[in-house]
Design a protein around this ligand. Structure first.
Ligand code: NAD
Ligand code: TDX
Length: 347
């Protein structure tokens, strides 16, 4: 079986590629990635020489390139993760999110529809819980929760989800979808809360908490997201959506304080050192208050379970960043400095 994984050089994609390449030597895995600021082949050095793995550099928005690739490779299945993924960047530049997340997804759907030859093959779209909008103090997102996206990022992901469903209904294209909560773990680009704050604590820089820090996120270890994708890929039903979550809600400020405590202890600094870096800054525009996922369908119908408790996962994550300073130095040089200045200097 030949599987195209898009966005495999990014944070979650690299964990999915690694899992598929190592677990299924009988599958041919092709990783297609544009290598934007968020894509990094250093994320995949441990598997790059494997016989069942190939990397292709390319842009999913480039229609003729995508058509040619699908015509030549005749993929059995697609696991689509390539996307612009950062909410703050979507607020500054929405059109780039429409291009990659919407136009890019439709290009892939068209090419797969035209060139697929395996009747059992399918298109698996990896999406986010942010498509459901925000929750108040109670309740959880179910697969049946109406879509209500608030940021340009979540609007673009909601749109791409709708196109995937529409191709299933209109053209009978076999599809699977999943909508996951916030991930954390190794190789996470340091624009997102957890890796950004790990990096800033190491470098004694302020920790910019948006608003009052009371927003709530449901955190899942990235390898558990990859195991859920593996489970849905193999056992999920055609045309269905599965919600994936960690059942692990934290206010941002409580999470930041836990991170500070763990960092002080790992860096051998006196208790309370990192917390002094907390700085409350201007809130994100349209900041969703709370996300929480109900994963009952995935757990009861096809038997997935997360493997790690949060403190253990966070501790492993910090250890990875402390051991991989070179990776952090590479990704935080150059364009990252301009991004950081633009996002945080005037905040
Ligand atoms: P990421 O930003 O770390 O990686 C995205 C990857 O896509 C990068 O390797 C990038 O080079 C590639 N890419 C971007 N534009 C491309 C294009 N036009 N053509 C080809 N490749 C392109 O993102 P991530 O956090 O790993 O997220 C992966 C997927 O999972 C996304 O679809 C995202 O919406 C979804 N998701 C993320 C989270 C999360 O917490 N990070 C949670 C739920 C769902
Ligand atoms: O500097 C910051 N300060 C801060 O308080 C940053 C970067 C974030 N935050 C807050 C905003 C959110 O409430 O922390 C929370 C988490 O922020 P992000 O890491 O930017 O993630 P979020 O906006 O929740 O979206 C993430 O989860 C769902 C991913 O980026 C998406 O790709 C995924 O779909």
């Amino acid at each position: 079986m030949k599987i195209l994984i898009t966005g495999g050089a990014g944070f979650i994609g690299s964990h999915v590629v690694r899992r598929f390449v190592n677990t299924y030597p009988e599958y041919q895995i092709v990783n297609l990635d544009k290598l934007t600021y968020a894509g990094n082949l250093e994320n995949l050095t441990d598997i790059e020489a494997k016989e069942n793995y190939t990397f292709v550099k390319g842009d999913i928005v480039d229609q003729s390139f995508i058509e040619d690739l699908f015509e030549k490779e005749k993929f059995d299945c697609v696991v689509h993760l390539a996307a612009e993924s950062h909410v703050d960047r979507s607020i500054s530049n929405p059109l780039e999110f429409v291009m990659t997340n919407v136009v890019g997804t439709v290009n892939l759907l068209n090419a797969f529809k035209t060139h697929r030859t395996n009747p059992d093959g399918f298109f698996y779209h990896v999406s986010t819980d942010e498509v459901y909008g925000e929750l108040g103090d109670s309740g959880k997102f179910k697969e049946t929760t109406p879509y209500d996206p608030n940021s340009p990022y979540s609007a673009s992901k909601a749109s791409s989800d709708h196109f995937v469903r529409a191709y299933h209904v209109t053209y009978g294209l076999p599809v699977k979808l999943s909508n996951c909560s916030n991930n954390y773990g190794s190789h996470h680009f340091p624009e997102k809360l957890i890796p950004l704050f790990i990096n800033n604590i190491q470098n004694n820089k302020p920790l910019p908490v948006y608003g009052k820090g009371e927003n709530v996120r449901d955190w899942l270890f990235v390898e558990d997201h990859a195991s859920a994708i593996d489970t849905i890929f193999h056992k999920g039903t055609n045309g269905e959506t599965y919600n994936i979550g960690g059942n692990n809600e934290w206010t941002n400020i409580a999470l930041v304080k836990l991170l500070c405590k763990l960092m002080d202890s790992k860096l051998g600094r006196p208790k309370g050192t990192a917390e002094e870096l907390i700085s409350y800054v201007k809130d994100r525009a349209g900041h969703d208050f709370r996300y929480a996922i109900d994963s009952t369908k995935l757990m009861t119908n096809i038997g997935w379970r997360p493997s790690l408790q949060f403190e253990e996962g966070l501790s492993k994550t910090i250890d990875w960043y402390l051991k991989n300073e070179e990776w952090l130095n590479h990704v935080t040089s150059g364009a990252y400095m301009d991004y950081y200045k633009e996002q945080y200097e005037e905040r």
